[in-house]
Design a protein around this ligand. Structure first.
Ligand code: IMP
Ligand code: MG
Length: 186
């Protein structure tokens, strides 16, 4: 990706690299305290959460494993319909495990609420959520998010794992996407 392309896509940097790093460190400390003496399983939601999860895991002082799920909402609508299909399920049996779902961003909360019900039915010992970003005032369903990195305004963001049509995940910061790009794509 050229610098010109990046400059055109980014309207404003919302969370810079250093702020991300410090917050991930704090979350790591908090989670390490809460799970002291236990065996943690981080469940990442592909693909956006991969970047955050890799950094978070390196800040954990408790023993932990990772596994991944890939899900997709039915239909082509940009807004989540809440009907979710599992594209890739977990490899690990989570019954009796302490599970922490790691998400990149929570918007309507519909994806997460499906995931909580689905994983909850597998009888883990505990089930919590850690989300890097939570959008203000967008919740259509109440989901209990125990660990939140940042609350952000209701704008479309890219970077640090977050994509627009699979692009821009590799930006080191979280940025508001330029409105003209959103409009171009309809
Ligand atoms: P929800 O079901 O509406 O909470 O949608 C959550 C999913 O939508 C996230 O896991 C992201 O994949 C995607 N998403 C929501 N808002 C954004 C955004 O601002 N940028 C990039 N992806 C987003
Ligand atoms: Mg996504």
């Amino acid at each position: 990706m050229s610098q010109v392309e990046i400059d055109r896509a980014v309207e404003e940097i919302l969370v810079d690299e250093e702020t991300l790093r410090r917050r991930v460190e704090e979350l790591g400390e908090e989670i390490s305290l809460d799970y002291e003496g236990r065996d943690l399983l981080l469940v990442g939601v592909l693909k956006g959460a991969v970047f955050f999860m890799a950094d978070l895991m390196r800040e954990l002082a408790v023993s932990c494993e990772i596994d991944f799920m890939a899900i997709s909402s039915y239909g082509a609508a940009a807004d989540s319909s809440g009907v979710v299909r599992i594209l890739k399920d977990l490899d690990i049996n989570i019954k009796g495990r302490d599970v922490l779902i790691v998400e990149d961003i929570i918007d309507s909360g519909l994806t997460l609420s499906y995931l909580m019900r689905n994983l909850g039915a597998r009888e883990p010992a505990s089930l919590e959520v850690c989300a890097l970003l939570v959008k203000h005032g967008r919740r259509e369903t109440e989901v209990p998010v125990k660990y939140v990195g940042f609350e952000i305004p209701n704008r479309y963001v890219i970077g640090y794992g977050l994509d627009f049509a699979e692009r821009y995940r590799n930006l080191p910061h979280v940025a508001v996407m330029a409105a003209e790009l959103l409009e171009e794509s309809g």
